[in-house]
Design a protein around this ligand. Structure first.
Ligand code: PEP
Ligand code: MG
Length: 758
């Protein structure tokens, strides 16, 4: 055949013919095999090829010949290639087209006599891609040793895309014929990740920012489609420029990611592939989908984290483009009642946008246990597993999945026996929870009579129910920023006041410690203009922002004072690094009290103002700080990240140290002693306080006030009731002087020796 002579009429006409063969009049009555045979015939004719074959992947991984024009018809459904076998297997494995002028001389060529393919030399195969995986292969072959040109390779990919969509939609073959064909991953799989939030749940996968699937594949008017694509690309780029100009790095994707998106948006190869696909007859949406699938397939096997990261960026960009094409109508998403949210990574605000009653678990490809999304998951008491490599590629929306926050694993599409096992473990957990509920009204007193105040951390309205359920003695840390994070605009004074009142009413006689806004780091407010910072965790976070923008902090203090009128109000400031900051913050409280007084407003009956100790600098200035404060609370999440210079949100470094180490425990001991010497009430409100083993170490060091996430209150109380502090202290003394980086094992042995329930 003449080189370059294929598809002279362009793939659009061919695509139309394929559609007609599949869905045209009378097609419904035609048996599936006949329709497939018709499709391969049309493709062979149009591409001037002597052979055209379709292979589909069976669940076993084998590629089965489903239809052929030109090869021996008896080979259909009989020829099966093992994964990676032959050139067809190679196309599927690499998820990329292969074009050869002399196939038999290629080392991967596998001779199958039953097919009668010996006379054919030229070979062009393209994968049928779904979600970045090859579900089959489309092949054309010619007798002569010829090279297929670039255009033909492009064409066969377009045809392959239309075929794969048609196969997957069930239009081509009835579902029972496809039962065993692997359209999407459907085998059970287990992925090992890390525990971010305890718990156990199973349910249906909901993909955060689920990729939009094109509704229509073929266009009626390629010129119009091209114009739509160009307009969408221009809108996408302008949108990115605006975000970059506004320095919107703090809200949503980081500045660097935006810059990468912007660079990719200009990528010539990407733009060209999109335009070609549209000219070939695809809709703009289908073109984006096709190019995205090819990218995904190409990079899916990359181990290099940098390349994988870029792949994610490209995917996000494609998704943005699809949203632009869809007219950007995000709308509220309908969630199933048993939703397990799956995301690459998530900000705490994203998580809070999902309806709490339907969200049963959270699975992340990345993330870190100390991030605020993980903290929110703990507050919501849903299991969260993170760092699950390759998770999103292995799941489809609606798959059943188990989120095992006990072991840090995810089970994808579990077998029935696995589900049963999980259900029985969930029953055991329920029973344990019932036991903890029985302890609800039992005071937390150690065996040797030390009373411990067990409080809970909160920040959401749902936490108020937890307060009742857990029997915590109060709220040791109310994260006020959560209200700001779930709202689309700055909450007004009355909205703030109303929430604080609600919290105080729900707590009744139990104390509540409100922490003023802790924004910055991984907590971002899209409506609050913020400058881009290289190191947000070391940036203008929390009280620094409050002091720089006193109107914001004053409004919050005004709301707190109003809500606390006539009762006890406890307020503390986050991220205090210098005593001057605390003085300045406290002065604002005085200013607001004076303001209220001038207007004859009632003030709290008792006002206590405290500082969070979470910046290491304070450890060497406690003598100056403590006389100024009514109480302090130690935020170990931040204190340790700053002590170890390890960003709590960066998975590469966040768990490089053990919070049970001589340096951390000595730091805590220093604070505890200074507070005891000055009679300053001190509590611990980091996540540490909610884990029995860690809490055991804390009470042994002499801490008597712990504020834990709701799920930790019961287990920590059980630990307290079983502990003999006098004996534990004797054992602990030496551990602080050990020269190892971690003393976890030693503390665990000590607890076991003393029969403490950790
Ligand atoms: C902490 O840092 O330990 C803390 C309790 O505050 P947050 O986790 O909200 O930063
Ligand atoms: Mg903190």
């Amino acid at each position: 055949m003449p080189a370059g002579g294929a598809m002279t009429r362009g793939p659009r006409i061919l695509l139309r013919q394929i559609r007609e063969a599949l869905g045209g009049a009378g097609a419904g009555a035609t048996p599936a095999q006949d329709r497939l045979n018709m499709v391969v015939r049309i493709i062979a004719r149009s591409m001037v090829a002597e052979v055209c074959s379709i292979y589909l992947r069976r669940a076993s991984g084998e590629l089965e010949l489903f239809a052929t024009e030109g090869l021996n018809p008896d080979a259909v459904h009989n020829t099966r290639l093992r994964p990676g076998e032959g050139l067809v297997g190679e196309v599927a494995r690499m998820a990329q087209p292969i074009s050869l002028s002399d196939a038999p001389s290629h080392p991967a060529f596998s001779y199958r006599p039953e097919t009668g393919e010996d006379p054919y030399h030229a070979f062009l195969g393209a994968p049928l891609l779904r979600g970045g995986r090859a579900i089959g292969v489309l092949v054309v072959q010619n007798r002569t040793e010829r090279r297929y040109d670039e255009e033909e390779v492009e064409d066969i990919q377009t045809i392959a895309m239309v075929l794969s969509e048609t196969v997957a939609s069930g239009e081509l073959l009835a579902q029972d014929e496809l039962r065993d064909v692997e359209l999407a991953p459907h085998r059970p799989e287990r992925l090992k990740g890390q525990k971010f939030a305890d718990g156990l749940a199973f349910g249906r996968v909901v993909l955060h920012e689920a990729p939009l699937a094109p509704e229509r594949l073929l266009s009626d008017d390629p010129a119009m489609e091209e114009a739509r694509l160009k307009l969408a690309l221009a809108t996408l780029k302008t949108g990115l420029d605006v975000m970059l100009d506004k320095g919107q790095g703090l809200a949503g994707p980081s500045f660097e990611v935006l810059e990468t998106y912007r660079m990719f948006a200009d990528d010539r190869g990407w733009n060209r592939s999109l335009e070609e696909a549209v000219r070939n007859g695809l809709t703009a949406e289908a073109a984006v989908d096709r190019v995205r699938n090819e990218h995904r397939a190409r990079f899916a096997q990359a181990r290099d984290p940098y390349i994988r990261e870029r792949l994610h960026d490209f995917e996000d960009l494609a998704n943005r483009l699809l949203r632009v094409l869809a007219g950007d109508k995000p709308g509220e998403r309908e969630l199933p009642d048993d939703a397990i949210l799956v995301a690459r990574n998530l900000g705490p605000a994203d998580l809070l946008e999902y309806p709490r009653d339907k969200l049963k678990g959270l699975l992340l490809e990345e993330g870190s246990a100390a991030s605020h999304a993980a903290i929110v998951a703990r507050a919501l008491q849903i299991p969260c597993v993170g760092r699950l490599m390759g998770l999103r590629d292995r799941l489809s929306e609606g798959d059943i999945v188990i989120a095992d926050g006990e072991t840090g694993e995810a089970y994808l599409r579990p077998r029935p026996d696995m589900l049963e096992a999980v259900q029985s473990r969930m029953a055991v957990r329920d029973q344990r929870r019932a036991e903890f509920a029985q302890l609800r009204d039992t005071p937390a007193v150690t065996l040797d009579g030390q009373r411990i105040s067990l409080l809970t951390n909160a920040g959401l309205a749902v936490d108020l129910e937890n307060l009742k359920e857990t029997g915590a003695e109060g709220i040791g840390l109310f994260r006020t920023e959560f209200q700001f994070m779930v709202s689309d605009e700055l909450p007004r004074l009355d909205a703030q006041t109303a929430l604080y009142k609600l919290v105080l009413d729900a707590a009744g006689d139990r104390p509540v410690t409100f922490r003023t806004l802790d924004i910055g780091g991984d907590k971002v407010l899209p409506y609050l203009e913020a400058e881009r910072e290289e190191n947000p965790a070391l940036g203008r976070r929390a009280i620094r922002l409050g002091l720089d923008r006193p109107s914001l902090l004053r409004m919050q203090l005004r709301a707190l004072l109003a809500a606390g009128a006539g009762r006890e109000l406890r307020v503390m400031f986050p991220m205090i690094a210098t005593v001057d900051e605390f003085r300045a913050a406290r002065e604002l409280v005085d200013v607001e009290c004076a303001w209220a007084r001038r207007r004859g407003r009632a003030l709290p009956a008792l006002l206590r103002v405290g500082a969070m100790v979470e910046c290491p600098s304070l450890l060497w200035h406690l003598d100056a700080l403590l006389p100024l404060t009514d109480f302090v609370s130690i935020g170990t999440n931040d204190l340790f990240q700053y002590m170890y210079a390890a960003d709590r949100t960066n998975p590469l470094v966040s768990d490089r140290y053990d919070p049970l180490s001589p340096p951390t425990l000595r730091a805590l001991q220093t604070i505890q002693k200074a507070c005891a010497d000055t009679g300053t009430p001190v509590s611990i409100c980091g996540e540490l306080a909610g884990r029995p083993l860690e809490a055991f170490a804390l009470i042994t060091l002499g801490f008597t006030r712990l504020s834990a996430p709701a799920g930790g209150v019961g287990p920590v109380k059980r630990m307290i009731l079983s502990a003999d502090l006098t004996a534990a202290r004797r054992g602990m003394t030496n551990l602080l002087n050990l020269s190892t980086g971690s003393v976890r094992n030693e503390i665990e042995s000590l607890a076991r020796k003393l029969n403490v329930s950790v």
